[in-house]
Design a protein around this ligand. Structure first.
Ligand SMILES: O=C(O)CCC(=O)C(=O)O
Ligand SMILES: [Fe+2]
Length: 253
């Protein structure tokens, strides 16, 4: 494994052109935009963003990674994010975790009961993804300082360790801050780089509909060069999604 995640990709800063404009537009519209409209807008953004990409590349990208636009108006997002950060910092102080050198960040897990905001975000994720949150992991808040990074990995986890809830079918990654330089999430196989924009999120399926792990979801967090990066993750599990995401017949369905 590389010591520096997706070295080449970390240097690129391309894939989010136009997104800020889209965010500005939706905020002007009052942001509680209907999902349908968000979807339509996202499609437009995708089309504009990736005119330079080959069609097959674009389809791969669309399948595995959907940039979803959150949630709240920038103002509400700001308040929400501050509350979440505070809660995260508080819990990080008491949290006892194992230190590993492939991931350099501070993190904390927040339960729904900890704060109404956590409950609200879970509900929003459910509304947007259509997936059942009752089997998902608690919300994880992570903070990377300068040099903080996460080496390339898959989120789906090992099959034999999946126990009753199944593996992590999907990931919701919410950017709770902008980052002055560095800190992009890079998808090394799809060759996509997502720059953190406060109040936006990426969502992708880690598993094919067959339940097989999708290797195209390999990703990493590039080192933060200037600033501080806050994210929160919601890992959604297989159980509970049986009627929400039907399984496929082929391995790669
Ligand atoms: O912080 C990021 O950009 C990615 C984090 C991540 O991949 C993870 O926590 O599993
Ligand atoms: Fe990850």
């Amino acid at each position: 494994m590389n010591r520096v995640p997706g070295r080449q990709l970390c240097k690129t800063n391309t894939d989010i052109r136009g997104l800020q404009t889209f965010l500005d537009q939706t905020s002007r519209q009052g942001v509680d935009v209907s999902l349908q409209r968000v979807d339509r807008n996202i499609s437009r953004v995708f089309t504009n963003l990736f005119t330079s990409m080959k069609t097959e590349e674009l389809n791969r990208y669309r399948d595995t990674l959907r940039r979803a636009v959150l949630l709240l108006s920038p103002h509400a997002a700001h308040t929400f994010i501050l509350q979440l950060q505070r809660a995260g910092v508080y819990h990080a102080k008491t949290g006892r975790g194992k230190t590993v050198d492939y991931r350099i960040s501070k993190n904390a897990w927040l339960r729904e009961q900890e704060h109404p905001v956590v409950d609200k975000i879970n509900q929003r994720i459910e509304d947007i993804t259509g997936l059942d949150m009752s089997t998902a992991e608690h919300l994880q808040v992570a903070n990377y300082g300068v040099g903080g990074q996460y080496e390339p990995h898959y989120d789906f986890g090992r099959e034999e360790r999946s126990e009753q809830l199944g593996r992590r079918i999907a990931t919701w990654l919410l950017y709770m801050s902008d980052v002055q330089a560095g800190g992009a999430t890079v998808f090394t196989d799809v060759r996509a780089s997502v720059k953190p924009i406060k109040g936006t999120a990426v969502f992708w399926y880690n598993l094919y509909a067959s339940g097989e792990g999708d290797d195209r979801t390999r990703h990493a967090a590039c080192p933060v060069l200037v600033g501080s990066k806050w994210v929160s993750n919601k890992w959604i599990h297989e159980r509970g999604q049986e009627f929400r995401r039907r399984c496929g017949l082929r391995k790669t369905d």
